[in-house]
Design a protein around this ligand. Structure first.
Ligand code: MRU
Length: 345
């Protein structure tokens, strides 16, 4: 694959600047917390699992300059760092789950001194990084069983290597199916307004020589009606305990269409994308982003100045529209409340 979306490199976080793709491949080196926070906010690093890893590494950035042995002062800095990172984006629960994993390190080692805590937190962040590589490959293996020869698949946004450490969730299914020698093709929805599908998914899939066709989001219904879509795979930003799933805006629309046309609709997401503290999707906070993302295209206005804009970045697909959820442990099928608990709870 050789796409290294995020990496800890000698005290800095190196990320691929996804706002520049596909025209330029550039790294950003985050040496301080503010640079990382801005990179998450403007989607230079994006995708739920990648944001989770960024948060864990962000904690290391926040504490690495701490000098001395005063544990109270260290803990004050540590918790402030976690709190600050948590304000970068609200929907992907991976961010909060990974910050909680870092907080647990401190909570479970009450007698550790500052030096030991720093080492333990470093070890934890590296484990989070490695776990993402591993779970994506496991999800890929499970999901690839659903891909048959000659299938025409459809996806939205980017749930690929660029949304994780280096492999992907929904796109990981395609990478694993390709490795198994299966022949299939993929429709990538462009994903307005920020075009993660056109810019990122197409870039990734073409690199892997997967037969890929770009469509505008509003072409999906007509494709399905013509029998040109056999199966749909998307990622997730937060899955409630009843299976309701938040993902990139437009996902719900695809799920409704899939139901109408009798097309299987799968979510591919790791344990770290589940929020078992909430009962349903009604409690998922949906990020609203600035109006310029809709009124402008590549810096050029495409709408009259002053028009009102609504720009939610995510929508929630009700569990009843989801055929299955592919996780690192296997595929969860309805009834979700019971089966999510059984597989990952
Ligand atoms: O706003 P983004 O680009 O961060 O949104 C990303 C998505 O919606 C992805 O589908 C989701 O995070 C899953 S990525 C494996």
């Amino acid at each position: 694959m050789a796409i290294e979306t995020i990496k800890w490199v000698r005290g800095r976080i190196r990320i691929i600047d996804q706002t520049k793709l596909p025209n330029k491949f550039e790294y950003i080196y985050c040496r301080d917390l503010e640079t990382l926070w801005q990179a998450i906010k403007r989607l230079s690093v994006r995708g739920a699992p990648a944001i989770g890893v960024a948060a864990a590494f962000g904690v290391l950035l926040g504490i690495q300059g701490f000098k001395g042995k005063d544990k109270l002062k260290f803990l004050d800095l540590f918790y402030k760092t976690c709190g600050y990172l948590a304000t970068s984006r609200p929907t992907a629960v991976n961010l909060f789950n990974m910050l909680n994993e870092m907080r647990d390190v401190v909570a479970h080692n009450p007698n550790a001194d500052v030096g030991s805590l720093k080492k333990l937190l470093f070890k934890k962040a590296m484990a989070i990084f490695k776990a993402d590589q591993d779970v994506c490959r496991r999800m890929g293996e499970h999901g690839a069983k659903l891909v048959k020869n000659a299938m025409q698949c459809l996806t939205i946004c980017n749930a690929g290597a660029l949304a994780t450490v280096d492999y992907g969730t929904a796109l990981g299914v395609f990478y694993s199916a390709k490795k198994q020698g299966k022949n299939f093709s993929v429709y990538s929805c462009e994903t307005r307004p920020l075009l993660q599908g056109a810019r990122l998914t197409c870039w990734e899939l073409l690199r892997e020589k997967i037969d890929t066709t770009l469509i505008c989001d509003n072409m999906a219904a007509s494709l399905m009606a013509c029998g040109q879509v056999d199966i749909i795979f998307t990622g997730a930003d937060r899955i409630a305990s009843n299976g309701d799933t938040a993902n990139k805006i437009g996902t719900y629309m695809l799920a409704v269409l899939a139901k109408h046309h009798g097309i299987p609709f799968y979510i591919v997401a790791p344990r770290s994308s589940f929020d078992l503290a909430i009962k349903s999707g009604k409690r998922i906070p949906i990020e609203e982003r600035k109006s310029e993302e809709v009124t402008h295209f590549a810096g050029v206005a495409v709408a009259p100045r002053g028009v009102k804009v609504y720009n939610p970045a995510f929508d929630v697909t009700p569990a009843k529209l989801i055929t299955g959820i592919v996780t690192e442990y296997g595929i969860i099928r309805p009834p979700y409340m019971k089966n999510i608990k059984g597989m990952i709870g």
